[in-house]
Design a protein around this ligand. Sequence first.
Ligand code: ZN
Length: 283
Amino acid sequence: MKRALQVAIPSAVLGSALAFVVAAQTAAPAVTPEVTLTRLDCGGPNMPVDVARFSDTNAFDGKKLALTASCYLIKHGEEYMLWDAGYPAAVAGAQPGPTTPKMSVVEQLAQLKLTPEQIKYVGISHYHGDHIGQAGAFPGATLLIGKGDWDALTATPPAQGVNPAPVAHWVSGGGKSEPVPRDKDVFGDGSVVMLDMPGHTPGHHSLLVKLKTKGNVLLSGDLAHLKENYDSNGVPSFNTNRADSIASLDRFKKMAANLKATVIIQHDVRDVGKLPAFPAAAN
Ligand SMILES: [Zn+2]
C-alpha cells in the first residue's frame, strides 16, 4: 500500500515540490551576524558654549550649554561602517583648534586593531564640517550620504555655505559614493538603517542600529543638537527647512517610542554615557 502511494505521485508534482523546497531555502532571510556599536570621540568644544543660534524662537538667548562631537563604529560580522567623520583631525605642524579631536578616528581605530582599509562604508548624517572632517582618511570606503546633501556638495558652485573639500575624493569621482534618497538598509538585514530625516540639511539622515543585548539605538545625526530642542521640537536658526525639521522630529520620536529605542543625541554631552566608554562596545 505504501509503495503504491509513492508510485501514484506524478513526477511533475514531485519535481515542483522539490523546486519549492529549493526556492524556500534560497529565499530564507540571512542570519544577522553580531552587530556592535562603539562611540568614538570626534572633537567639539566639550564645554559650555553660547547656544543662541540653536533656536529660531529665541529659546536659548544668553544660555550656555556643553556640546561635544561623536562618531560611531558599527561592526556587522566582519564588515565595518563608520557613522559620521567628525571635526578635522590635527594637521602636522598646525596649532590644534578648540574643536580638534584629541585623537583622530584612525588613531582610535588603531586601538581597536583596525585599519582604515577595513572600513567598508562611511555613512554621513549630513554635509556640515563637524560631520565630514575626517572622511578623507577612508578613501576605499563607499560614501553613503543623503541625496539632498550629495546634490548640494556636487553642485557647481556648491550650495551656499557648503564646503565639499573634506569629501573631494568622492565628489571628484575618485571614490565610490551612494547618494541615499530615502531610507537605506545598509547591510540588507534590517540591523543598520539610515533614516531619511531632512530639515537640518536637505538630505539629513539619522541611523537606527539594532543590537541584540542593548536593543534598538537611534543616533540622531543633527536632528537635534541638544536635549532641550529634542524635547520641545526646537529648530536651530540655521536649518535649511523648518517644516521638514518638525516632520523629521515627529517621525524620529514615534520610531523611538515604537522601537523602544535608546536615543543618542550626538552633540549632547549628557548622552555620552548611554554607550560604554571607548574602547568598549555595546552589543
Ligand atoms: Zn553637527
